[in-house]
Design a protein around this ligand. Sequence first.
Ligand code: EMZ
Length: 386
Amino acid sequence: MKKSALSDPFEEARLREGLGYMNDQDDPVVMVLRHKDVRKCAHQWQKFQSGAKPGRIVVPSEVNIRETRQIPFELDPPQHGQYRAVVEKWFKRPLEAVYQEALKVQIDALIDEVIGMEKVEVVSGFSLPLQSRALTLLLNIPYEEAETWIAWGTHVFRSEGEALDGDKAAILYDYIDQQIDQAIANPGDDLYSVLLRSEVEGKKLTREEVKGVMILTFAGGRDTVINAVTNSIAYFADHPAALERLRQEPEIMGKAVEELIRYFAPLTHMGRVATEDIQVCDHAVKADSRISLCWASANRDASVFEKPNEVVLDRKLNPHLSFGFGHHKCLGATHTRQIMKILLRSLTEKVKSINIIDTEENIEEWGKFNRKVGYHSIYVSFNNNS
Ligand code: EMZ
């Protein structure tokens, strides 16, 4: 198997029962594995809620490390829609030409920095700076601020050897508090200031609500984007012909982005809490217990995707669930798609080939399922196009 491959550990359980079982900090999770069931449960928000105790729908649960509700992610309708409406337009800004041009400048500059270097550790030396610098555009704040976030490492709630790190979370919370204070003192055109000016049902967002949106913006799109970028680099290193194809057929770039995101599924699953006793795939789920919607498994469902374990760059129909499904689908998807599109474009323009030197895989353990989601580290060299 190629180094960049991500296998599908859920296949057998998906075909047999459609479910997987795992224990998470003594709060078990029934994982929903089939594409159609994942979509169905995602739709049934009255039965499977997101607005449970803050942190409980995340797997591993974050109830012990945070109390702030992430918004709009941990709300159910109708509040969900009201809060989402406040931020929706802002998170569509990546569709604007000026935004894309600025992102292209950033990504080109980063590739210029690493190209020709003997070896680059992609996670910390490429994907993390790329994600952090791009985030300055999403927040509309000065580029230099990215340096602070790069120093935090790839995950804001986890650290090496610790799946949930409360001290680390405190760094993010304190930082956001300070930034909110600054935006109150000096309002501008940044996301903090926009949120502080916003209203829901005629009432200004509270400080806690502003914090909830900001924490989600920082945490939700961090390791996920880093995994998508890192896995893409590994993929093109293993498949130079794919990079060459994109060079020759730039018109398939959009499809290639969707396909890479389907195949990598950078977020394995997301939880919900059952509001009543209910059956899922003939299994009794008790009220107030957790299920998870396993995007990674649904994306390999052979009843929906032909050759599910292959990257088909120009895949025609691609109803992947990597950005979730239903009213909760990822708010950062527009930004992520632009990052990926521009990354692919810049790679075709500047990089001839990529060599993998050394890798340490990041394997998640979900009950009996071991899933590779990306890398702890991957050393490569980028070879230029001249
Ligand atoms: C939460 C989550 C959101 C969570 C869409 O995913 O991402 C995780 O990485 C965070 O730890 O708090 O934001």
